[in-house]
Design a protein around this ligand. Structure first.
Ligand code: GLU
Length: 576
């Protein structure tokens, strides 16, 4: 069967099958990289690595309104953070380069135009001059008459002289593909098997827009061919598009890549994992608190979270989505966490890239057996498309968190400390500066075993860096009980240990442990907790902190004494 004869049968070409694997990830850069996109990139990358092939990154930035250079750079960052490095593509941090570029679609407009001309000349495509207004009216008519809209091919009825005249007048026009009237299009897919679509279901779709930019379908097909892509691994949402791509490949006499459409990612409750979840979470909290438009919002922050107009619009329209910055500030003001959706969210929340890579690989693929935890070398040596899972993948946050905890605990103390420092440098510079270098190693060591993420120590450790007079005492049962129950009660123990701590010859973990243990043996029936818990509350404001000796050692003598005195003074004030 020649390539021409193979038209729309969907059979891969022999040259595709025998050549070296060339896979590609082709994001449209708007916003940050979603975990779904990251998973696609991971599979494309792992497949190329597993087969000794090449992994290409192509930036699909032809939607000028939605794409931005900042988003493109953020995609590069997110991918390299995950350890996904590309052999060909835009250059970034030692990745990229290659012979098949440029790798940004916005720099390939000539190529698309030339191919459109070629199809026009062959009669396989044609210019169409309807204005957006005319098309909208035709769509509205179809809606009113309760039928599906299809382009009526009016442009095909124009005579050659009229078309020539319109073109000479530079009348705005699109280019449409002439879709064969009735042919069966077979979409071969290594994950989903074959799907069949009748060309009668498709109308003559646009391949070149009036502004000279290609549509996604046209650009993707040309680039996959010219870049020698052998494997297209992408989300299942593109399966429907593939019929159009196959028609275009046949019209242009292009090779057919091998397709693998991978399942969507859902939340455990079956809802789609999308950026809308941020707004859903925020709206739930706003509703719970009964917040209104400012100034009556009661949002507990000195800074207005967002302009009143924006707030008003968002409250009024449930479908409105806040931009990431506004969503983050509102969440901060409301003291809630936003669900992580983008790779950057997970990085910010303190997940490790190798854990993300491991967990993402399990969303739609399985190495077999009971193996769930693996590193990149394992993934590269085991990854194959025939172990892909067709059913939708469930994103289980608890499981990811458990993976992260295990990985953090398994690290050496030095590694944990280095990675915590890197995390703080990126997201909590102020915390790092206030804590100071000297205390950092102690702080990291004290937190390792209790941290599920690299962000946990900072979140729970704010009390280490605030002024002694800023410690706010929590009003909870646990606090009241630790301070007031028993005889002697917590306050009495605080009063008794204060001079011991003040006079302690050396402020070291060892000395603190010896002194407080001895005190507990003599005055608290050997129960260290009776002394440790009031101390913890006095210095941190609440009942949770790293081990008490570590906590005191990190804070230093002066702060500890100040905070104990403050706690005792507060009691005297309260009981007056
Ligand atoms: N730019 C498309 C997207 O981000 C790529 C689809 C494809 O891989 O063909 O969804």
């Amino acid at each position: 069967m020649s390539r021409k004869q193979r038209k729309a049968t969907g059979a891969p070409t022999p040259e595709t099958v025998s050549t070296m694997v060339r896979s590609r990830f082709a994001p449209s850069p708007s916003g940050h990289l979603h975990v779904g996109g990251a998973r696609t990139a991971l599979f494309c990358w792992a497949y190329a690595r597993a087969r000794g092939g090449r992994f290409i990154l192509r930036i699909e930035d032809t939607d000028q309104k939605r794409s931005s250079e900042a988003a493109t750079q953020a995609f590069f960052e997110d991918l390299t953070w995950l350890g996904i490095r590309w052999d060909e593509g835009p250059e970034f941090d030692g990745c990229g380069g290659g012979e098949a570029g440029p790798y940004r679609q916005s720099q390939r407009l000539d190529l698309y135009r030339r191919h459109a001309d070629q199809l026009n000349a062959a009669g396989a495509a044609y210019p169409a001059f309807e204005t957006p207004h005319m098309l909208e009216a035709a769509r509205a008519r179809a809606r009113d008459e309760g039928r599906a809209y299809r382009y009526d091919r009016a442009a095909l009825k124009l005579d050659a002289a009229t078309i020539r005249r319109y073109l000479d007048e530079k009348r705005p026009h699109v280019v449409r593909l002439k879709v064969p009237d009735t042919c069966q299009i077979t979409i071969p897919d290594v994950v989903r098997g074959e799907t069949h679509v009748s060309s009668a279901e498709l109308d003559d779709f646009v391949i070149l827009k009036a502004d000279g930019y290609p549509t996604y379908h046209f650009a993707v097909v040309i680039d996959d061919e010219l870049m020698g892509v052998t494997h297209v691994i992408r989300g299942e949402e593109h399966l429907g598009n593939t019929a159009k791509h196959i028609l275009l490949q046949d019209a242009l006499d292009f090779r057919r890549p091998i397709y693998a459409h991978i399942s969507l990612i859902f939340n455990p409750d079956g809802s789609k994992m999308s950026k809308r979840e941020r707004d859903i979470r925020l709206r739930r909290e706003v509703k719970r608190l009964g917040l209104q438009v400012p100034p009556e919002t009661g949002v507990p922050t000195a800074q207005p979270v967002m302009p009143v107009d924006q707030w008003r619009r968002w409250l009024a329209d449930k479908d409105q989505q806040l931009d990431l910055e506004s969503a983050r500030s509102l969440a901060e003001a409301l003291k809630i966490d936003l669900p992580e959706i983008d790779v950057e969210d997970f990085r910010r929340a303190g997940y490790l890239p190798e854990v993300m890579m491991n967990y993402l690989a399990l969303l739609g693929w399985s190495p077999g057996g009971d193996i769930e935890k693996f590193d990149r070398e394992f993934l590269i040596s085991h990854f194959d498309l025939d172990r892909m899972i067709k059913s939708p993948a469930r994103f289980d946050r608890d499981k990811l968190l458990a993976f992260n905890l295990d990985a953090l605990q398994a690290m050496s103390t030095e590694e944990f400390s280095d990675r915590l420092r890197a995390h703080c440098l990126r997201y909590h510079r102020d915390f790092l500066d206030m804590l100071g270098n000297e205390k950092f190693a102690l702080f990291a060591a004290a937190n390792q075993q209790r941290s599920k993420t690299l962000d946990d120590p900072v979140r729970s450790g704010r009390f280490f860096v605030i002024g002694d007079e800023e410690v706010a005492y929590e009003h909870s049962k646990a606090v009241t009980k630790a301070l007031t129950h028993g005889d002697p009660n917590g306050y009495a123990h605080l009063k008794a240990v204060e001079p011991l701590l003040k006079e302690l010859p050396h402020w070291t973990i060892k000395r603190l442990e010896e002194t407080l243990t001895q005190y507990a043996n003599e005055h608290a029936g050997g129960k260290l907790g009776k002394v440790a818990q009031p101390l913890r509350i006095a210095v941190s404001g609440g009942p949770v902190s790293p081990a008490i000796f570590d906590t005191l050692a990190i804070l230093g003598r002066e702060s500890v004494i100040n905070r104990i005195r403050r706690c005792l003074a507060m009691r005297e004030r309260d009981t007056k």
